[in-house]
Design a protein around this ligand. Structure first.
Ligand code: HEC
Length: 208
């Protein structure tokens, strides 16, 4: 809410606008026992709401965990093999034996968001930890429902899934903290790029 490139609000402003709304005050009282509006209560309420936005049973889930061998197209099946294999995506976008969050919950630098002079515009995790190795590092996002949430990366700099795949094939953007897991994908064919995109499109789930 306070990030200048997102809502750019002040913490006081957030509290004041919720306080000004009688219906929100009534709901705060119902949830927390009294009408006091605090940033903590607002944050917890939004988090509780977000936890209801559950989707599942994507084509990927039916294929991998449900044993439905018809759920994925041939193209998406090849994309899954690349994702887990020579494209190295699953090193960070994790697929476990019995579930898949598509994130290792860790922070990595891919070199996203550099200006033409090659400087990182957003310092990423470094802004919080001040550790040199965190410069330009962002938390691996899940890839569930990814086809519905363009544009991509923390700065929205990649407009389509094809652009994302091309970015990885090129090995990200060189910089001193580039994660060693990000390497150019050599001899990656046009068909293989399309296969990866088809796989990413299979991660769209159904509402619960
Ligand atoms: C070294 C770890 C790592 C590897 C390997 C990796 N990713 Fe990522 N991925 C990330 C991180 C971190 C981000 C967020 C970067 C940012 O916002 O600056 C990301 C972002 C993405 C996004 C955009 C998500 C969004 O919501 O904007 C997509 C799509 C994606 N990765 C797909 C892939 C594919 C496909 C591969 C394999 C070719 C791959 N990733 C390999 C760590 C990784």
């Amino acid at each position: 809410m306070m990030n200048p490139v997102e809502m750019g609000h002040s913490s006081r402003g957030v509290v004041a606008s919720v306080e000004a709304d009688p219906e929100l005050r009534r709901l705060i009282a119902a949830a927390y026992g009294d009408e006091t509006v605090t940033l903590e209560r607002i944050t917890r309420a939004i988090a509780a709401y977000e936890r209801t936005l559950v989707r599942g049973n994507s084509a990927f889930d039916r294929f991998v965990f449900g044993g439905d061998k018809t759920a994925l197209s041939e193209e998406a099946q090849r994309g899954l093999a690349l994702f887990r294999g020579k494209a190295n995506c699953a090193l960070c976008h994790t697929i476990a034996a019995d579930h898949a969050l598509f994130t290792d919950q860790k922070f990595h630098n891919l070199g996203v968001g550099m200006d033409p002079a090659g400087n990182l515009i957003d310092q990423g995790r470094y802004a919080v930890t001040k550790r040199e190795e965190d410069r330009g590092a962002f938390r691996t996002p899940s890839l569930r429902n990814i086809a519905e949430t363009a544009p991509y990366m923390h700065d929205g700099s990649l407009k389509t899934l094809k652009e994302v795949v091309d970015f990885y094939v090129g090995g990200g953007n060189a910089n001193p903290q580039l994660d060693p897991l990000i390497q150019p994908l050599t001899s990656f064919t046009r068909q293989e790029r399309a296969d990866l995109v088809a796989f990413l499109e299979s991660l769209t789930g159904e509402p619960k």
